[in-house]
Design a protein around this ligand. Structure first.
Ligand SMILES: *Cc1c(COP(=O)(O)O)cnc(C)c1O
Length: 360
């Protein structure tokens, strides 16, 4: 069967060379005589894999020496609890509320302390990034939390807030898509299934001095120190996901690294945004200055026509374009593994659909 262009928000497309390499090594990895998924997580071969994965990520993101990289489980969602459990001292955090994911992060932090929502874009279905007023920030907050790229609504922070406390971010759908200055953050976390690899792995990048002060009630498995002390091998990590992530990071390096990927992502998203801006049938739902490079929601304004579009696109090999139920319409997620050709095919299809349906 022919592979389709998969615009899913996550899990989603993987680079084909990675799938092919993994396929060729599936039954026998190097001269190990077994698959990576059959190996002890303490074997020499696996220790090399996890070390290489970390080295590649450090190299690709230029992660400074005083940051630790952790390979954890539980998805980004578990980080909504881990961040407050580990960083709370005054039990206070500032949050910018930009969608469903920040809502969940706020709800978890509230279980352990006080949350100050400094700004929200809920009034317009999270279609923009709200202006921030530093006068509303809490000087004694333990951290300031943002969702860098809002997967569901298609917005992204193009500028980081200037804060005097550690900046914490959920970077699940933005990590490795554009250059981040890691030194500006205290903690970055990201579920792997958008831009890093298969589900089951969550990557945490944390400044060293923030490790070791967890609340007394913090369970062992949710303590960053547990995982930092044991180099992510306190218990069995998601070994196969880490191996595939390593292959993705190698692929990313071959593409020229994050700056090269950012260029391609700017090109890909511009292709779609330019079409949306000119279209008489489709329109984007996000304030132009806050548009995501990764997730692009759009609508026709007619729910029945949206359904028809999604159905016909699927038949044409352009799949998973249905929008999130809270936004309606369509959403094209175009992470690193989506080639320019995939976006071009989508735009061509949209042009054709527009010609056929514009008078309805
Ligand atoms: C996908 C996503 C999550 C949820 O990740 P899980 O790994 O399923 O827990 C959280 N935040 C953002 C921004 C996401 O895109």
């Amino acid at each position: 069967m022919k592979r389709v262009y998969n615009f899913s928000a996550g899990p989603t497309s993987m680079p084909l060379p990675v799938l092919e390499k993994a396929g060729s090594e599936m039954a026998c990895y190097g001269n190990a005589g077994m698959s990576v998924m059959e190996m002890s997580h303490r074997s020499k071969a696996f220790l090399e894999i996890i070390q290489q994965a970390e080295n590649l990520l450090r190299d690709l993101m230029r992660i400074p020496e005083n940051y630790r990289v952790l390979f954890l489980q539980g998805g980004a969602t578990t980080q909504f609890s881990m961040a407050p459990l580990n960083l709370f001292r005054n039990k206070k955090a500032d949050f910018v509320h930009t969608g469903q994911w920040s809502k969940k992060a706020i709800a978890e932090a509230k279980r352990f302390g006080n949350v100050n929502v400094v700004a929200s874009s809920e009034d317009k279905v999270f279609s923009y990034i709200p202006e921030l007023n530093p006068a509303t920030f809490s000087p004694d907050a333990d951290y300031f939390h943002i969702t860098l790229n809002n997967t569901i609504y298609g917005t992204r922070f193009t500028q980081l807030p200037k804060v005097s406390v550690p900046l914490v971010t959920d970077a699940s759908s933005g990590i490795l898509s554009e250059v981040y200055d890691v030194s500006k953050f205290g903690l970055i976390y990201a579920g792997a299934q958008k831009n890093i690899g298969p589900a089951g792995l969550c990557v945490v990048i944390i400044r060293e001095d923030l490790i070791g002060g967890a609340l007394d009630i913090c369970p062992t498995m949710l303590n960053y120190k547990t995982h930092a002390d044991e180099s992510s091998l306190y218990n069995t990590p998601p070994t196969f996901s880490i191996y595939i992530a390593k292959l993705v990071l190698e692929w990313l390096k071959e593409q020229g690294g994050v700056p090269a990927m950012q260029k391609i992502n700017e090109q890909k998203s511009a292709l779609l945004y330019d079409f949306l801006d000119d279209s008489i049938l489709f329109k984007g739902t996000v304030t132009p200055k806050d548009r995501s490079l990764m997730n692009i929601p759009f609508v026709t304004g007619d729910a029945a026509l949206d359904d028809k579009f999604v159905k016909e696109a699927t038949a044409a090999g352009l799949v998973n374009l249905k929008g999130h139920r809270t936004v309606g319409g369509m959403r094209a997620s175009i992470y690193n593994a989506m080639p320019v050709e995939g976006v071009a095919a989508l735009v061509d299809f949209m042009k054709k659909f527009e010609l056929e349906n514009k008078n309805k």
